[in-house]
Design a protein around this ligand. Structure first.
Ligand code: SF4
Length: 134
């Protein structure tokens, strides 16, 4: 299957953050959820991996209004990356279209104002659900 650009980025991001957690010696288990959350906070990742995100480099959060922003679900599980313009599977009310003529479809779904899945509590709930199923 050929992946589009959005899917490639999503896959890259997910592999990268899991690798970073592993390299920090943290096993992905239910018991380790607090450690995973601590390790993937914007605060900690921007110090440890300044080159991995432009926002880490400038030390400025992409969601300054979220207290304790967490980067684990930067690639939001509600984002539909199967189509080149993207979209929100749950129609998050804070998402919006960003238009630019150089984009493959002339527009792309922009989540920069959405808080869903970016707080420690939401990441915890997501991990609990996923890890219970495994
Ligand atoms: S609008 Fe919000 S919930 Fe929807 S994909 Fe974007 S970040 Fe996720």
């Amino acid at each position: 299957m050929t992946l589009n650009l959005l899917q490639k980025w999503e896959l890259y991001y997910q592999e990268e953050i899991l690798k970073d957690i592993e390299n920090a010696g943290i096993e992905i288990t239910l018991e380790n959820i607090p450690l995973i959350i601590q390790g993937t906070s914007f605060k900690n990742r921007s110090k440890k991996y300044p080159d991995k995100c432009p926002y880490y480099q400038i030390g400025k959060s992409c969601h300054p209004e979220i207290k304790d922003l967490n980067c684990f679900l930067c690639a939001c599980p509600n984002y539909n990356s199967e189509i080149l313009e993207g979209e929100c599977k749950i129609q998050g009310p804070k998402g919006k279209w960003f238009y630019h003529p150089s984009l493959p479809k002339g527009k792309i779904w922009d989540c920069s104002n959405c808080h869903i899945n970016h707080s420690p509590k939401e990441v915890e709930n997501y991990l609990r659900e996923k890890l219970r199923k495994n």
